[in-house]
Write a protein that binds this ligand. Sequence first.
Ligand code: PRP
Length: 190
Amino acid sequence: MDRVGERGYAPVQGAHMEPKVLISERDITGKVDELALRISTDYADAGDLLLVGVLKGAFIFLADLSRRLTIPRRVDFMALSTYGDGTTTGAVRLIMDLRTDIRDKHVLVVEDIVDTGHTISYLLKNLAAREPASLRCCALLRKRERTRVEVDIAYLGFDIPDVWVVGYGLDWADRYRTLPYIGVVDPASQ
Ligand code: PRP
């Protein structure tokens, strides 16, 4: 059985090393608080805000962000997948849709990371066609150097370099998602 670390994180069986810290748990918490305050202020008069989490990566960020908001809010999810690595064709497929009708609702899409921008671009176009009252995006991370499609991110946590990041929802081969910080792995050493 795996040893459970001091923060309750059980190291991944078969992983060679703990990922190096890129963004600490404390820095993530500070940023989530900051984003939650900005969002709560901006939507103070909007009535209900619908948070749309993009699975799987956004599940932890959405859980923390949604609980720190001080405005009325609801939560729904979508799941998407990209063909290949998503960098070349940019083809995105919807594999799980919302349960909520978003017409005339204020919608905030919550993403863990914007990499090439293909996923969020597809999602925003898809949701805009449903005529919400407003539509914005909140992303914890963005890899600026990898941008292929420019998308306005109204609420951004951190710009990061082009490295493979894991933890706080993000994975490498579906591992590391429950790591409490954002770490860096070298796929060649995994
Ligand atoms: C990741 C991430 C974003 C997308 C960003 O999802 O959660 O949704 O990639 O990449 P892009 O900007 O290049 O489109 P992934 O496909 O890895 O699925 P997951 O969230 O289920 O891990």
